[in-house]
Design a protein around this ligand. Structure first.
Ligand code: ZN
Length: 157
C-alpha cells in the first residue's frame, strides 16, 4: 500500500533541478541549452518545453505588459518565471501520473483527498472510494485536471 501524490512528486523532482531558474535571465544559445538540459533531465520533449516557453514569453511580453504598463521589467520577469514553473509542473505531473498508471494497470486505486487548501468539490465524492486502475471515475484520475492535488493509494484488490 503506497500513497502517491503525483503533483508532489513532480514538484519535488523539479525543485531538485531548480527548474526554470535562470531560463529567463539567459539569452540565445545559452537559454536554448538550458531548456534542452531540463528537457533531457525530465524526459520532456524539447519542442514541447520550447512551446510552453514561447507561449509564456508571448503572453507576458505582449498581453500582460500592455495591460499593466506600471509593472517594472523585474516584476514582469518574476511573474513570467512563476507562470513558467507552474505550466512545467503541470506537464511533469501529467507525466508522473501516466507512468504510475501504466506501471499499475492490473491494480486498483483509492482516491485520496487533495492536499490543496481548497480542494475542488467535484472530487470530494471520490474520496476514499476504490477504482480499477484502468477504469477511473468519469475517465478522470487524481491530478489529471489542472491544479488538482488529489492522490492515490495503490492496492492489489
Ligand atoms: Zn482533486
Amino acid at each position: 500500500m503506497t500513497n502517491i501524490f503525483p503533483s508532489n512528486i513532480a514538484r519535488y523532482n523539479l525543485k531538485l533541478a531548480n527548474l526554470a531558474d535562470n531560463v529567463f535571465k539567459n539569452t540565445g544559445q545559452e537559454r536554448q541549452l538550458q531548456l534542452k538540459r531540463y528537457a533531457e533531465k525530465f524526459g520532456f520533449n524539447y519542442d514541447e518545453l520550447k512551446t510552453l516557453y514561447d507561449k509564456n514569453v508571448n503572453f507576458y511580453q505582449n498581453t500582460v505588459k500592455a495591460n499593466n504598463p506600471n509593472l517594472t521589467e523585474k516584476q514582469l520577469l518574476s511573474k513570467q518565471e512563476e507562470a513558467f514553473k507552474r505550466s512545467v509542473e503541470n506537464v511533469a505531473t501529467q507525466k508522473t501520473l501516466e507512468s504510475i498508471v501504466s506501471q499499475n494497470e492490473d491494480k486498483y486505486f483509492i482516491w485520496l483527498p487533495s492536499s490543496a487548501d481548497e480542494p475542488r468539490d467535484s472530487h470530494q465524492q471520490y474520496y476514499g472510494k476504490k477504482f480499477k486502475m484502468t477504469n477511473p471515475p468519469d475517465g478522470i484520475y487524481p491530478t489529471q485536471e489542472y491544479n488538482c492535488q488529489c492522490g492515490m493509494r495503490i492496492v492489489d484488490e
